[in-house]
Design a protein around this ligand. Structure first.
Ligand code: GLU
Length: 304
């Protein structure tokens, strides 16, 4: 992964090599206010789309009903507008009209259920009663975290009742790894089950990020995924899951550096001092905020 210093040049090269008319997406989870890290991601997403005649889909990743809030969705739409980022689909009005949207995950349960049924038809889905504590106990006994296929409880072979309370559904992604050429970092690859079989439905009954993102990139026709390098590890399982769901050609991937706090940790929505709306409320202009986000990941500031 190029460091922040080298990222601007890597992005210019990546963009120069892209075909025209790709569809990319900005996909925040409304679990808090947008922060500088989201602004940096938006800069890269909109720059790539603008310079290649592509389009941007705004996707509301509110799959986790316990953590997401409609007020944060509404705030993120406002904040994006305030920063000058306008998605090609959907319009802000479409997200605000009170009707279900194809771009809001909580409105699209049937699409994820259909995908889960496809995976089930392939014999890949099983119920699991492992909790975080099960994984932690396994790791404490062995001195390393669970890795590879399955789960510590061996649930794939136990044929547990799926609908019982507290059951997670996992997908067996099979053996091995997937590789891809990251547009910024070059050839990369990873184990498809580095931390066990991914959950597709959590113990509360939510469809998970692991499933929703792959289903949505497929049904929204996304062929360029641009996101922070904290999601590098998610890429191999997503490529494999896409294949199982019938995606012949994976999207292109471009991972960019993260905006980091002074101590090197990644920003989170809990770092209120970097929330877009708070920064704008202090009198920082949208252009200056975009500039700050750009500089933090090694880009020249520019207009969105
Ligand atoms: N919703 C994810 C997040 O807010 C991004 C997902 C992705 O880009 O794949 O971190």
């Amino acid at each position: 992964m190029p460091d922040a210093g080298g990222f601007g040049a890597a992005l210019d090269r990546a963009i120069a090599g892209l075909p025209r008319g790709l569809r990319t997406r900005f996909a925040p989870a409304p679990t808090g206010y947008l922060h500088l890290g989201h602004a940096a991601n938006a800069l890269v997403v909109w720059r790539a789309a603008r310079e290649t005649g592509g389009s941007v889909v705004l996707r509301i990743e509110d799959h986790d009903r316990q953590r997401c809030r409609p007020a944060y969705e509404s705030a993120l739409v406002d904040d994006l507008t305030a920063l000058g980022f306008r998605a090609d689909e959907p319009t802000p009005a479409e997200l605000r009209d009170g009707r279900p949207s194809a771009y809001r995950q909580s409105d699209n349960g049937p699409a994820y259920a259909t995908a889960a049924a496809v995976l089930d038809g392939l014999g890949r889905v099983y119920a699991c009663d492992c909790t975080r504590a099960t994984f932690a106990e396994w790791a404490a006994r062995r001195g390393r975290p669970w890795s590879g296929r399955g789960c510590p409880g061996g649930c794939a072979a136990r044929d547990l009742e799926r609908r019982a309370a507290g059951r997670t559904w996992r997908v067996d992604l099979g053996e091995g790894s997937e590789s891809w050429t990251d547009l910024a970092a070059g050839p990369l690859g990873g184990e498809v089950a580095a931390h066990g079989d991914p959950p597709i439905r959590d113990r509360h009954g939510n469809w998970t990020y692991a499933l929703c993102v792959v289903v949505d990139d497929l049904r929204h026709g996304i062929d360029l995924v641009i996101r922070g390098e904290d999601l590098l590890e998610a890429t191999a399982p997503q490529v494999r899951l896409g294949r199982l769901l019938g995606r012949a050609v994976p999207p292109r991937f471009l991972h960019h550096p993260l905006v980091r706090r002074a101590d090197g940790r990644k920003l989170s929505k809990a770092d209120g001092d970097t929330a877009v709306r708070d920064l704008l409320a202090t009198g920082l202009t949208a252009a200056a905020l975009r500039g700050r986000a750009a500089t933090a990941i090694g880009l020249e500031p520019d207009a969105p």
